[in-house]
Design a protein around this ligand. Structure first.
Ligand code: NAD
Ligand code: G6P
Ligand code: MN
Length: 441
């Protein structure tokens, strides 16, 4: 059986140790001969790499390990690039959240002005990663979950249309785990689902068991009262802020009780609620830096100092096993049905053919085969047309260096009340992102 060579791009990510542990736990399904890390911040990556080197040695000493900031070393002899970079790191996430909030607008990592700012930072670095992969390992696939995935997907569609990049998000997977728990099922894989939308902007239209029995009525009954909140011990999506998000799904559901919503719709449908419940002095980025980053980096440092992982509290990110499912689908032609962000190309009949949509696909060795969705209702279509226009205008603004297009993108976003407020936020974001954005004229 072929053993694969994996590159984690964004080696210094807080998710890296959980993913490495998950890969080590799945070697029977997905054999690995080499794991490499690549990051453009050596110091940050080393904290994670020094610990992961020990974890790998202890669990499977036959796997070669290398952490590097040299693109040639990193991208040579690789089968899969698992990409989760954060252009601008948490320092810029904090500004993406706090600048819009200063103007009374939603401040969020991937939604609204914050997501637009993050998109403008991410396009260049993501194209750079693709170009390294194509130069040094032209047969490799990039499994990308770097955000904002919607804008990254549109940018790569425009700028590198033939590249072997697949964009995937863990939010539907996380929500489906909640659904499975609500239904008393062991695994989300006991359900078959239909879903459509944009990334962080979609709806389930069907959930059945493997025999085809409709499970929507039971889910609806729960969601109408408790949103997706359920007693589920998970390591991700598992703090007070996420509980609030899962609960708010109740109100998102109320406006269209024929479907089940992605939790991210709260930023577009209840922006007033979100702003009221945000603290400009302590936003999500602060919670993540004080929570996940401190914990993961603290544990990594302990392992490196002790020279052993004994007693360490790092846990397998079982949640991330969808990445192995995707890699296996490509490597072994499993035709697993997965939600991916792909070009619409007629799958949603009454929607822009060139839009990057999140829909079920069968994944095999030639990549994803999107499944037909058909015609979608006016409510969803209207919302999606508005949001996809934001995403497309951001990419056009980046390509053309156009201030006007970025202002238009900001203005169209449902989270922003007027062109005036859009311009004020944009001007603040331009100043803050001076190091990262192309010059706009
Ligand atoms: P993080 O800041 O801890 O890690 C990101 C790493 O990327 C850092 O070590 C940073 O130095 C590195 N980096 C930044 N720019 C780079 C570049 N140009 N080249 C190489 N490395 C670069 O962030 P995190 O919270 O662990 O999240 C990582 C990414 O994963 C983010 O983009 C986040 O939004 C995304 N994410 C996506 C999903 C999804 O559903 N698609 C789920 C979870 C996280
Ligand atoms: C979900 C989304 C990701 C996003 C993450 C943020 O998993 O699918 O795209 O990056 O949430 O979580 P955080 O804990 O960093 O706020
Ligand atoms: Mn996501």
């Amino acid at each position: 059986m072929k053993k694969f060579s994996i590159l984690v791009a964004g080696g210094g990510s807080t998710y890296t140790p959980g993913i490495v542990l998950m890969l080590l736990d799945n070697l029977d399904k997905f054999p690995i001969r080499q794991i490499k890390f690549y990051d453009n911040d050596k110091e940050r990556q080393d904290i994670v790499a020094n610990a992961c080197e020990i974890l790998i040695k202890e669990r499977n000493p036959e796997i070669d390990f290398l952490a590097t900031t040299n693109p040639e070393e990193a991208f040579t002899d690789v089968d899969f690039v698992m990409a989760h970079i954060r252009a601008g790191k948490y320092a810029m996430r904090e500004l993406d959240e706090k600048i819009p909030l200063k103007h009374g607008v939603v401040g969020q990592e991937t939604c609204g002005p914050g997501g637009i700012a993050y998109g403008m930072r991410s396009i260049g670095p993501m194209i750079e990663l693709i170009d390294y992969m194509e130069k040094y390992s032209p047969n490799a696939w990039m499994l990308n979950y770097s955000n904002p995935a919607a804008i990254v997907a549109e940018a790569t569609r425009r700028l590198r249309p033939n590249s072997k990049i697949l964009n995937i998000c863990d939010m539907p997977i996380g929500i489906e785990r909640h659904m499975a728990t609500i239904l008393g099922l062991k695994s989300r894989k006991d359900m078959t689902i239909k879903y459509y939308g944009l990334n962080h902007f979609g709806w389930w239209t069907s959930v059945t068991d493997k025999e085809g029995k409709d499970l929507m009525p039971k889910l609806k009954e729960h969601i109408a009262q408790h949103g997706y909140n359920v007693n589920l011990q998970m390591y991700q999506h598992n703090d007070a802020s996420w509980n609030d998000t899962f609960m708010k799904a109740k109100d998102i559901y109320a406006i269209d009780p024929t479907t089940l919503p992605n939790t991210y719709l709260k930023y577009y449908l209840y922006p007033d609620y979100v702003v009221e419940h945000s603290d400009i002095n302590y936003s999500r980025a602060n919670m993540v830096m004080d929570g996940r980053e401190k914990f993961v980096f603290g544990e990594c440092k302990k392992i490196a100092e002790a020279g052993t992982s004994e007693g360490c509290e790092l846990h397998i990110d079982e949640h991330a096993s969808y990445i192995v499912d995707l890699a296996r689908a490509l490597a072994y032609n499993t035709k697993e049905r997965m939600l991916l962000i792909v070009e619409n190309n007629g799958a949603i009949e009454n929607f822009d053919k060139t839009a990057m949509v999140e829909i079920p696909c069968l994944v095999g060795c030639e990549g994803p085969e999107p499944l037909t969705v058909g015609t979608i209702p006016q409510f969803q279509k209207g919302l999606m047309e508005q949001q996809v226009s934001v995403e497309k205008l951001v990419v056009e603004a980046w390509i053309e260096g156009s201030y006007t297009k970025l202002w238009q993108a900001m203005t169209i976003s449902k989270t922003v009340p007027s062109a005036k407020v859009a311009k004020e936020i944009l001007d603040d974001l331009i100043e803050a992102n001076n190091e990262f954005w192309p010059e706009l004229n």
